[in-house]
Ligand binder design. Structure first.
Ligand code: PLP
Length: 272
């Protein structure tokens, strides 16, 4: 009989996330952790902010001191082999600088930057200096950025996906996924601009009726999970779009406002 000492330790790809806490369980690190576990990755999480919100509205947020964020990241980086990294709500230029500094130690692993600027329920999730810091310090290091149309407008002064992607890539961001949920089109069209191709890859999905809390977080983290598992960018994005669409299609109501994506749908069985 094998004793526990003789069983080799199992490993899951570890994904490092920087993001804020949304107590409603819809967005932020709750979304990141559940998505990563659903997709077979181990989440390690550096909290950047606490938000006070529910599924209806954002009341306020409190950013953590950059020193606390650097200390959380330092403790993880000295201990853990990281397969991929994702950033969500960062909130201020000082936190962007801290995170950009921490990820220099991870220059060989994929970095997915979800440029979170506002809460799904409305209201800013950052200070006025956030946009410029994302533009200059973090997006140039990103393997993939996942802006929606509103974030494209804020970050590049263009809501036209191709122009926005070109501007982000000119700054150094390698690949850009412009998500189409916020565009007023009957179907949702996502566009992936790859460093390796002149032609964008379009992905079209039936528009779902609901209003969801944490759909952007779920998608960006799902891409990160598939990258951590070794997939190429185009495959990782396709698989993440499919996983996210299924999570939204089966979303449930926890509060009286936006629906929560059912990120563990594979564990609970797919609903017809
Ligand atoms: N991160 C945090 C902590 C949030 O509270 C939110 C929205 O409320 C987001 C990210 C972005 O959420 P979404 O995926 O809906 O864009």
């Amino acid at each position: 009989m094998r004793t526990s000492e003789t069983v080799p330790p199992k490993q899951m790809p570890t994904v490092l996330v920087f993001g804020g806490h949304d107590p409603s369980g819809g967005a932020g690190i709750a979304a990141d952790i559940s998505t990563l576990l659903a997709l077979g990755c181990h989440p390690i999480v550096v909290i950047t902010a606490i938000t006070i919100q529910n599924t209806k509205r954002l009341l306020r947020y409190r950013l953590l001191e950059p020193g606390l964020i650097a200390a959380q990241a330092g403790a993880l980086l000295e201990d853990t082999a990281i397969a991929a990294c994702k950033t969500g709500m960062l909130g201020s230029a000082a936190i962007v600088a801290t995170v950009a500094d921490a990820v220099t130690a991870l220059s060989t692993v994929p970095l997915v930057v979800d440029p979170v600027l506002r809460a799904g329920a409305g209201g800013p999730l950052g200070e006025p200096d956030l946009v410029a810091a994302l533009q200059t310090s973090l997006l140039p290091r990103a393997t993939l950025a996942t802006p929606n149309i509103d974030e494209c407008r804020a970050l590049t002064s263009s809501a036209e996906p191709e122009q926005a992607a070109t501007k982000l890539m000119a700054r150094g961001c390698k690949n850009v996924l412009v998500t189409g949920t916020h565009a007023p089109t009957p179907e949702v069209v996502h566009r992936l601009y790859l460093a390796s191709s002149q032609v964008p890859r379009m992905s079209q999905w039936p528009r779902l009726n609901g209003v969801y809390h944490g759909s952007g977080c779920t998608l960006a983290t799902a891409v990160t999970a598939y990258l951590a598992r070794g997939e190429a960018m185009a495959d990782a994005v396709n698989h993440a779009l499919d996983y996210t669409w299924q999570s939204l299609r089966q979303a449930y109501r926890a509060g009286s406002g936006q629906s929560i994506p059912k990120r563990l749908w594979r564990m609970h069985g797919v609903e017809p």
